[in-house]
Design a protein around this ligand. Structure first.
Ligand SMILES: NC(=O)c1ccc[n+]([C@@H]2O[C@H](COP(=O)([O-])OP(=O)(O)OC[C@H]3O[C@@H](n4cnc5c(N)ncnc54)[C@H](OP(=O)(O)O)[C@@H]3O)[C@@H](O)[C@H]2O)c1
Length: 260
């Protein structure tokens, strides 16, 4: 399958790494165009995909992803419209800032389009991507798009009005968890644990706790209750967190992003 991708920065690069890690996509199946700062060129030296400056090369692709900064999405779509506007090569933008409706205004209401919000764990095939399809998209175009994302992790269909909150939870969330793991490790180092071991233990504890929730389907409160024996150490720790407004701080982090 020939996958075209515009932009190989944080997100484009993460998707490229995920596809190559999946062993379902070979370097020669990836056609990439970067910008002027040379991030795509740097990545290409490590990963050996095909780099091009020629937009016309993208007419050979089976599917095209746009992972460029938001202001570039519509200008690039305009160029693609002239090149492949008469074809049915699906185009997927991963920008939160341009809706499928705006994309359809450039490409036409019958053109196969989607807006997807992946997160950085796509690079290890554990991404969580939300997707909105164009209204008139054909089933085969949808299947091709889905196949590319399933190589990168999980995929859920969402509605246009939920793009913002999905991107906040799934896209910004990893950074909140990173800060949490760093802080947990600082607490462990403060109490004598080796720094490398603290990161390893904190990361494994977070990922296995998340997996326990996913695999058992239990409410997070029920899982917490299972660790907190009466008068025990864990409930003392939770009380200390709540005294500092842990829940409110977390809820407010999401809400603050949504209000900006
Ligand atoms: N980062 C995330 O976690 C995340 C999550 C979900 C969605 N997104 C979306 O992903 C998109 C990219 O974000 P990012 O964080 O990856 O930004 P980024 O790191 O700045 O990467 C942007 C990429 O676009 C390339 N580029 C610039 N002009 C171009 C052009 N004319 N043609 C082709 N490529 C061009 C840049 O190349 P040069 O560096 O060589 O100039 C760079 O590789 C945004 O729309 C963002 O909303 C990001």
């Amino acid at each position: 399958m020939k996958i075209g991708i515009f932009g190989a920065g944080h997100m484009g690069g993460a998707m490229i790494k995920g596809w190559l890690n999946s062993n379902k996509v070979a370097p020669e199946d990836l056609l990439v165009r970067g910008g002027k700062r040379g991030t795509a060129k740097q990545l290409q030296e490590d990963l050996d995909f095909t780099l091009t400056n020629e937009i016309t090369d993208f007419s050979q692709c089976e599917i095209i992803f746009l992972a460029v900064n938001t202001p570039l999405i519509l200008p690039i779509l305009n160029d693609l419209q002239k090149l492949i506007g008469e074809t049915d090569i699906p185009i997927v933008s991963v920008s939160a800032g341009v809706s499928v409706t705006e994309m359809s205004q450039v490409m036409g209401s019958d053109y196969p389009l989607a807006q997807a919000i992946p997160n950085t764990p796509v690079q290890i095939n554990e991404g969580m991507t939300g997707i909105v399809y164009a209204e008139n998209i054909a089933e085969n175009a949808k299947e091709l798009i889905n196949k590319c994302f399933y190589f990168l992790g999980d995929l859920v269909e969402i509605t246009d009005d939920k793009i913002g909150i999905f991107g906040t939870l799934a896209g910004c969330g990893p950074a909140f968890v990173d800060v949490f793991m760093e802080a947990l490790s600082d607490g462990a180092v403060l109490n004598g644990m080796d720094r490398d071991m603290a990161y390893q233990v904190a990361a494994k504890m977070v990922s296995s706790s998340a997996n326990l929730l996913l695999k058992t389907g239990k409410h997070p409160g029920e899982l917490k209750d299972g660790v907190t024996s009466p008068g025990g150490t864990t409930i003392k720790g939770i009380t200390a967190l709540e005294k500092e407004g842990f829940r409110y701080a977390t809820i407010n982090a999401i809400d603050t992003i949504m209000k900006n």
